[in-house]
Design a protein around this ligand. Structure first.
Ligand code: F0G
Length: 453
C-alpha cells in the first residue's frame, strides 16, 4: 500500500485579512474579490498534522551540509513552512538568505545596549532583503507558466525581480519613479535584463499604473501585495531565530516603507510560536522617515484603524512611500507583538548610516532608520539596557553611493542643516583628500590623522 502524504500545495490557502474569504488562487491583482483587501497565506493542515518542532530544527540544520541548491538557499532550507510548488524543479534560486548576524560594538557602547545586533539582509545576491521573497514568488510565476512578471519599485524590488526573472527564463517589466531611485539600483535592473520604464510620478503613482496594467495584460504582479513574496521574506526571521539558537531577542527593529517586510517577519514569529519552535515573541517595531510616515501618523492619530496617505519625501528613497499597501498587516503585527512605531529625521538617518558604516558594515539609508529609531526607543525607555535588540539592515551600502558620497563631501544638507546637526555629523565625515603623488605628501596627510606616527 502506498501512503500519499498531503503536499503543502494542497495545504496552503489564500485568506483575506479583512473578510476571511479563502481562495485556492488569487486574481491578477492579489486582492480579495469579495472586499478588495489583501490575502495572506495560511496553512490549515498544521492544525491536524502539526510539524514536529524539534525535528524541524534538526532537519534545517542538517541541510546546511547539503549540496542541493534548495538546501543551500537560506529560504528553501525552511520549505516546510512555505507553500510548496508542485515541482521543485520550478524553483528559481540564487542561494539567497544565509545572511550574517553582526554585533555593533561601538553603537552598543554608545547606547548602553550590550546585546545589540544587526541582521544584514543587504548580503543577499542582489544586495537587499527582496531576494528572499522573490525566489518564492518568481518560482510560483514560473510554475504557473507565466511569461512576464512586473513590479513598481523604489529600486530594490525591481533589481531583485529582474535578476530572478532572468535566471528563471521570464521577462520582466519594471516601473520606477523617474529620478527618484538610486542609480545603482536602476543599473541592476538594466543589467539583469528588465524592460525598465521610468515614469514621471512617484512610487505610489507607479503602483497605480501597474494595478491597471495587471488587469489588462497577462503579467504576474511581484509587488509585496503578492503574498508568496512575504512567505519568502518570512524566512529571514526563522533564520534569525535559528542564529539565536531559538532564544528570542526582546526587540526586532525594521524599516517601514510599503510595510510588507515588517508584516512578513512578524508572521514568521507568530507561526514559530504557534508551532512551538519558540516560546515567546520579540517586540517588532517599525521605523519610518519623518517625510514618509503614514503608519506613524495612523498609529498616533487613529490607533492604526485608518491610514491617510501622505505625499512622501525622504532621501532614504527606498522607503519614499506615502500609501503603503500592507499597512493593515503591519498594524496587526505591532499589536500582536507589542512593538511600536517611530519616525526619524533626515539628519538622524544620515548620522545612523555613518555610524553603521563606521562599524565596517555599512547599509543603505533606508536601513539606517533602524538605528536612528532605536536611539529614540532607548531614550524613551521602550528598549531597556538589559534587553537584546536586532536591527534589520535591509540593503547594502553600495545600493546608494550617491548618498554616501554626498554625506562625506558635506553636500547632503547643503545649507539646510543647522550648526547642531553639523556638529553631530562632522566627526563621521571622511572627505576624499586630493594629495600630490609623492610619498612625503601622503605621509604628511597621514600624520594629520595620527600625530604618533
Ligand atoms: N529597506 C529597503 C532597502 C527597501 O528597499 C524597502 C522597500 C524597505 C526597507 C521597506 O520595506 O516596503 O516591505 O516596508 N523597498 C521597496 C522596493 C518598496 O520597491 O524596493 P517594506
Amino acid at each position: 500500500m502506498t501512503v500519499t502524504t498531503p503536499t503543502p500545495v494542497q495545504t496552503a490557502q489564500l485568506k483575506c485579512i479583512a473578510c476571511g474569504a479563502v481562495r485556492a488562487e488569487a486574481g491578477q491583482n492579489f486582492r480579495c474579490p469579495e472586499c478588495g483587501d489583501l490575502f495572506e497565506i495560511v496553512y490549515p493542515a498544521w492544525k491536524d498534522a502539526r510539524p514536529d518542532a524539534n525535528a524541524l530544527k534538526q532537519l534545517w540544520r542538517q541541510r546546511r551540509l547539503s549540496s542541493d541548491p534548495l538546501d543551500q538557499s537560506g529560504v528553501w532550507r525552511f520549505r516546510e513552512l512555505l507553500p510548496a510548488l508542485r515541482d521543485e524543479g520550478s524553483v528559481i534560486t540564487l542561494r539567497e538568505g544565509n545572511t550574517p548576524l553582526y554585533t555593533l560594538p561601538n553603537c552598543s557602547r554608545r547606547l548602553g545596549l550590550p546585546n545589540l545586533f544587526a541582521k544584514h539582509q543587504g548580503m543577499n545576491p542582489t544586495a537587499s532583503f527582496k531576494d528572499t521573497g522573490m525566489t518564492v514568488a518568481s518560482s510560483f510565476a514560473r510554475e504557473a507558466g507565466l511569461k512576464w512578471v512586473a513590479c513598481a519599485s523604489t529600486g530594490n524590488t525591481s533589481a531583485s525581480m529582474a535578476a530572478y526573472a532572468s535566471r528563471g527564463g521570464l521577462r520582466s517589466l519594471v516601473l520606477i519613479p523617474e529620478g527618484k531611485i538610486s542609480w545603482s539600483k536602476l543599473s541592476q535592473s538594466l543589467d539583469y535584463g528588465a524592460v525598465t520604464c521610468q515614469l514621471k510620478t512617484d512610487f505610489d503613482g507607479c503602483v497605480r499604473v501597474l494595478s491597471e496594467i495587471v488587469q489588462r495584460m497577462p503579467v504576474y504582479l511581484l509587488n509585496s501585495v503578492n503574498p508568496y513574496r512575504l512567505e519568502g521574506q518570512k524566512t529571514a526571521a526563522i533564520e534569525l531565530l535559528e542564529q539565536f539558537d531559538w532564544k528570542v531577542p526582546d526587540h526586532i527593529i525594521v524599516p517601514g516603507g510599503n510595510l510588507g517586510n515588517s508584516s512578513a517577519l512578524g508572521k514568521a514569529c507568530l507561526e514559530l510560536k504557534d508551532l512551538g519552535l519558540v516560546s515567546s515573541l520579540p517586540k517588532i517595531s517599525i521605523i519610518q522617515a519623518e517625510g514618509a510616515n503614514p503608519l506613524f501618523r495612523s498609529m498616533h492619530d487613529h490607533g492604526g484603524k485608518t491610514l491617510t496617505p501622505v505625499h512622501a519625501e525622504t532621501m532614504a528613497t527606498a522607503i519614499r512611500i506615502g500609501n503603503p499597501a500592507s499597512w493593515k498587516k503591519a498594524v496587526r503585527i505591532l499589536q500582536a507583538t507589542g512593538g511600536t512605531v517611530e519616525q526619524v529625521s533626515e539628519a538622524e538617518i544620515a548620522l545612523a548610516k555613518a555610524e553603521i558604516g563606521a562599524e565596517g558594515i555599512g547599509c543603505e539609508p533606508a536601513s539606517a532608520v533602524t538605528l536612528a529609531g532605536l536611539k529614540k526607543l532607548a531614550a524613551s525607555g521602550f528598549v531597556k539596557s538589559s534587553e537584546s535588540v536586532v536591527l534589520i539592515l535591509t540593503g547594502h551600502v553600495l545600493k546608494d553611493p550617491d548618498f554616501t558620497l554626498a554625506f562625506h563631501r558635506d553636500h547632503l544638507f547643503a545649507n539646510e542643516a543647522g550648526p547642531d546637526v553639523s556638529a553631530r555629523l562632522d566627526p563621521l565625515r571622511r572627505e576624499p583628500i586630493i594629495v600630490d603623488a609623492t610619498a612625503d605628501a601622503v605621509i604628511q596627510t597621514l600624520r594629520r590623522f595620527d600625530a604618533t606616527l
